[in-house]
Design a protein around this ligand. Structure first.
Ligand code: UD1
Ligand code: CA
Length: 466
């Protein structure tokens, strides 16, 4: 859409959020609110994206834009004072050089490209300088109402606080806050705005009455979910729930089995035949391969779960990679830099960090594996700890293929255990173990024959004295 520019308004104060963070930078389903309308503009391939910011939010928004949209050229304009959406649009339109302009709000994350495309068709039709998106809702409170004449033509949008009488209050067609206009008509209508209303602000919505006097302004009715605007925390929650529901529906259509409620961010990809059980939370740059199984309550962030991997209940995986046939959990924690290769297994209550478990390696119960390379088919027993930190620095540990690390052993890094070696239960490994060697380092057990009976007798006597 090379003839189209997008202006996104993000200079409001967001007072109703009661937050030190600019409203449009609050996250919903993993993305800042402002990221959603920008993404719509990007997907539509508009010529220019203009974001209107406030002096206070300029730096933080600029930082977010270069982080989230590194490849997209975005123009920012500063609205000196929050004098209303009409004033903000006037600031933005100065940077527009295309015949048509769309305007979106930075706080409406559910708008989709298809909604806007329909508006563009209307404006390219006969005698229509402006089209906007509306929706029929059951709770219109707080939104601008779309007023029509007796023939059903749009005459104006009246803001909630300016409504006159119960008939207007009862109108349930509301303004979703997405506009598409001929740029020249937009510029002249914005020039005629005045702040004669309950809030003493320049309302963008007043361009509707202005342009409807002589030509046709079209309201395209969209679905009610799309319009949710985030002004407070309750609406933030509502918008986020809708984003998650939309993502779950989309994954379902693509062949993913979803049981119960899951929370998958927009940025996550899940392949067909993967299964997500109730309460799963997938965040950031995460991908889940075909046929992978993610059990109840798992939280996965910025990680690759390959086809055929299995995460058992309540496991947490962060910046890590789990290959096919590998298992994690229940109740285990893969911290950044962990890799479980094919068929590796981490059982219950195991924590890993910056650790590679090569194919078939196993740590089935209660272990800590940090800064380690664990060879193929190694068996790590219950309660094994890799002591990677000496209080000052982190050190690396290597365990060769087919080695057995007995339960309750400690590997005190830096240390290398060779291939086919055997570390006896309860050994503190302080220096390297050669291939094929047995390492045993524990105090020898003594059995004192008959001594238990003597001890019991003595204890009984001392109890009787008291
Ligand atoms: C606005 C609409 C209302 C609509 C609703 C949909 C107006 C006057 N009203 O109301 O009809 O039903 O959205 O969600 O437009 N902003 C600026 N500068 C300002 C004021 C606001 O950039 O001076 C930005 C805000 O950052 C925000 C957006 O404009 O992203 C909308 O402003 P907001 O105050 O949230 O408008 P609503 O009261 O929600
Ligand atoms: Ca709003």
């Amino acid at each position: 859409m090379a003839e189209l520019s997008a202006i996104i308004l993000a200079a409001g104060q967001g007072k109703r959020m009661h937050s030190s963070l600019p409203k449009v930078l609050h996250l919903a389903a993993g993305r800042p609110l402002l990221g959603y309308p920008i993404r719509v503009a990007e997907l539509l391939g508009v010529r220019r994206v203009v974001v209107v910011v406030s002096p206070e939010s300029e730096a933080a928004i600029g930082e977010m834009l270069s982080r989230e949209f590194p490849g997209l050229e975005i123009t920012t304009r500063v609205q000196r004072e929050a004098r209303g959406t009409g004033d903000a649009a006037s600031v933005g339109v100065g940077a527009v050089d295309t015949p048509r302009t769309m305007i979106l709000y930075g706080d409406t994350p559910l708008i989709r490209p298809t909604d806007v495309a329909e508006l563009d068709r209307a404006v390219q039709g006969a005698d229509c300088p402006l089209a906007f998106l509306s929706a029929i809702v059951s709770e219109p409170h707080g939104y601008g109402r779309v007023l029509r004449d007796e023939r059903g033509r749009v005459t104006m949008i009246r803001e909630h606080r300016d409504l006159q009488g119960p008939a207007e209050l009862a109108v349930n067609e509301v303004n979703a806050g997405v506009y598409l206009a001929e740029t020249a008509e937009l510029v002249s209508a914005l020039g005629r705005l005045s702040p004669q209303n309950a809030q003493g602000e320049y309302y963008l919505t007043d361009i509707v009455a202005d342009l409807a006097r002589e030509r046709n302004v079209v309201a395209v009715k969209g679905d009610a979910d799309a319009l949710v605007g985030v002004n407070d925390r309750a609406q933030l929650r509502q918008a986020e729930q809708l984003l998650w529901a939309r993502k779950a529906a989309e994954l379902g259509r693509a062949g993913v089995t979803i049981r119960g409620e899951v929370y998958v961010d927009d940025s996550v990809s899940v392949e067909p035949d993967a299964v997500l059980e109730p309460g799963v939370r997938l965040r950031g740059a995460t991908s889940v391969g075909s046929g992978a199984f993610v059990d109840v309550g798992c939280v996965v962030t910025d990680s690759k779960i390959h086809a055929g991997a299995e995460l058992l209940p309540y496991s947490v995986v962060t910046q890590s990679e789990v290959f096919g046939g590998a298992h994690v959990g229940p109740f285990s924690h893969l911290r950044p830099g962990s890799t479980l290769e094919e068929g590796a297994k981490v059982g219950g209550f195991v924590e890993t960090k910056n650790a590679r478990l090569r194919p078939g390696a196993k740590a089935n119960h209660l272990a800590y594996l940090g800064d380690a390379d664990i060879g193929e088919r190694v068996n790590v027993g219950a309660g094994v700890i890799i002591c990677n930190y000496d209080g000052f620095r982190k050190h690396h540990t290597v365990v060769g293929a087919d080695t057995f690390i007995g339960s309750d052993s400690q590997l005190i890094a830096p240390v290398t255990v060779g291939k086919n070696a055997y570390v006896a239960t309860g050994t503190s490994v302080t220096h390297d173990v050669p291939d094929d060697a047995l390492a045993i380092g524990r105090s020898r057990q003594q059995n004192k024959l008959g001594y238990a009976a003597t001890l019991n007798e003595r204890l009984k006597q001392s109890a009787n004295k008291k």
